[in-house]
Design a protein around this ligand. Structure first.
Ligand SMILES: [Zn+2]
Ligand SMILES: [Zn+2]
Ligand SMILES: [Zn+2]
Ligand SMILES: [Zn+2]
Length: 216
């Protein structure tokens, strides 16, 4: 790891370093500056691996459930696992357990979020993918019924080399070997891999790459 992560602004397609993306999004010439009275949150989402990140804009009127769906669609969904948000010590669950005091995700962002706050999302309580979210900015804009949540920028797919030959780009990851932080395999080394082809998952641009049955 440790390499500089880059990503793409969805509006202008410019390549950006991770360090400059938040500043760019505030000034991007291609982004529409529609007027209105709807509160819009600019939210950064960061995985535990530094190379996977994205920025989104969500209407204050959208719900945690919509945000959960957005994250599942773009990065997480493999087999319908449970997920939750942890916001200021309160848990909002996709499958709330009242005896633990969980709340449901049918809560509007306007009732929870404010500029500068951080919160967490977890998908799958077994092989958990953890995300850290932060409200970077808030502005007023036009009401957006659909989509209530819009992708503004995301990391470019990191180039990962094969653990066996060390020279070719990995196309698959072994779901067994990834527990030991290895198992990245190029096409040629995939065929000879000892764990068998049924253990292999495709390399995809997501923090859930190689986990459970995630195929992108
Ligand atoms: Zn841009
Ligand atoms: Zn799964
Ligand atoms: Zn190889
Ligand atoms: Zn393996």
């Amino acid at each position: 790891m440790g390499r500089t992560s880059t990503g793409i602004c969805i509006s202008c397609e410019k390549e950006l370093s991770k360090m400059t993306v938040a500043k760019h999004l505030k000034n991007c010439p291609e982004r529409s500056r529609d007027d209105g009275n709807e509160r819009l949150f600019l939210i950064s989402v960061q995985s535990r691996s530094p190379e996977y990140w994205l920025y989104l804009e969500a209407s204050a009127d959208s719900t945690l459930k919509q945000l959960d769906h957005f994250l599942r669609d773009i990065w997480l969904e493999c087999c319908g696992h449970m997920s939750l948000f942890i916001i200021e010590n309160q848990t909002f669950s996709s499958d709330p357990d009242q005896s633990y005091g969980d709340k449901s995700m049918r809560v509007k962002l306007r009732d929870l979020l404010y500029k500068g706050m951080s919160f967490r999302h977890e998908y799958d309580m077994g092989s958990t993918t953890e995300l850290k979210l932060k409200v970077v900015e808030e502005r007023l804009g036009a009401n957006r019924a659909a989509p209530a949540i819009e992708l503004l920028a995301r990391n470019s797919a990191p180039v990962i080399y094969c653990d066996e030959c060390g020279t070719a780009v990995a196309e698959n990851v072994c779901s067994e070997c990834q527990y030991d932080k290895s198992g990245w395999l190029c096409e040629a080394c995939s065929e000879a891999h000892e764990c068998g082809e049924e253990m292999l998952l495709p390399v995809v641009n997501s923090p859930r790459v190689g986990v459970c049955g995630y195929t992108g």
